[in-house]
Design a protein around this ligand. Structure first.
Ligand SMILES: [Zn+2]
Length: 290
């Protein structure tokens, strides 16, 4: 944000449903301004930096994580992603044997190794892009080369400068009938509804656009992508809210303060299941088809 060479683009409309920004209330978090769309409930940074700048920052972050040797235990997440693909494959009765994983300069380091170990029935390709232009020329070329039957994009939608441009690039370069798995944070999550900008999962620059379910459905449908499946399988909303309300310096919020003060493990589990089933968890997954 302090880098004078970085130019920022004002976002004149909601990146999901297209409603004009002057209708969407503004709030700030960690020196950045965000808007919450009054029509579709998506949250988005009022201004976004260039994609190349974001990619460079991520490459620096990876170098740092690698230097610290911090690979983290993400086994549960890996298994969950692989199960997601297997279940969809079974439901569509279609072989998804070549999957391309797209992460813009923010590769989960243990993920390729995990697919080696856990996923024997399909070929994997990992695309780690160098700082790219806003039209994703590098991405287009790599996809044409690899000709995948499915794309997995588990982390990048909320971080790219222009999510619509990314989806357009995918749509234009992928043959019709290709399946795209997208996971992203979800603005409908109860955590964001209750805590708004105070939510601990609200990380500026990592969260430039947080789509609502409706907003993302609007956008993908407008771009001519078919929505095959929507879910919000997040596991942590109840735990995060519980931690927030049980900490000392919390202001009182009607209903929720006492709900969490008195909550035991069973209540938290029940709430989490309810959130998942009613599409109100902070993580969403979409299966799309070109
Ligand atoms: Zn909107």
């Amino acid at each position: 944000m302090l880098d004078a060479s970085c130019s920022w683009t004002e976002r004149k409309a909601c990146p999901a449903c297209g409603q004009s920004s002057d209708k969407n209330p503004i709030f700030s978090q960690a020196l950045m301004e965000f808007r919450r769309c009054a029509s579709c409930n998506s949250i988005y940074a009022a201004r976004s930096p260039q994609q190349a700048t974001l990619d460079r920052l991520r490459l620096d972050q990876i170098a740092l994580t690698e230097a610290q040797g911090d690979r983290g235990d993400r086994e549960f997440e890996f298994t969950s992603l692989l199960n997601w693909i297997s279940l969809t494959e079974a439901r569509l009765v279609r072989k998804l044997d070549r999957v391309m994983d797209i992460r813009f300069a923010s590769q989960a380091l243990a993920w390729p190794e995990a697919t080696d170990r856990l996923s024997h029935n399909r070929a994997w390709e990992f695309l780690l892009l160098e700082p790219d232009s806003n039209d994703f020329a590098g991405l287009r070329a790599a996809i044409t080369r690899a000709a995948p039957t499915a794309i997995l994009m588990p982390a990048e939608l909320d971080r790219v400068a222009n999510p619509e441009a990314l989806l357009v690039a995918l749509k234009e370069v992928l043959p019709s009938g290709t399946v795209i798995f997208v996971a992203s944070s979800c603005a409908d999550g109860l955590e964001y509804e209750i805590l708004g900008a105070d939510s601990p999962s609200f990380v500026p620059l990592d969260r430039l656009t947080m789509f609502s379910v409706k907003g993302f459905e609007d956008l993908t449908t407008r771009l001519g992508l078919r929505v095959i499946e929507v879910s919000t399988p997040g596991r942590l909303d109840a735990v995060i809210l519980d931690r927030y309300f049980k900490s000392a310096e919390t202001s009182t919020i009607p209903f929720w303060s006492s709900f969490f003060r008195e909550a035991d493990k069973n209540r938290l589990r029940d709430l989490q299941i309810l959130l998942q089933r009613s599409l109100k968890s902070g993580v969403m997954r979409f299966v799309l088809e070109t």
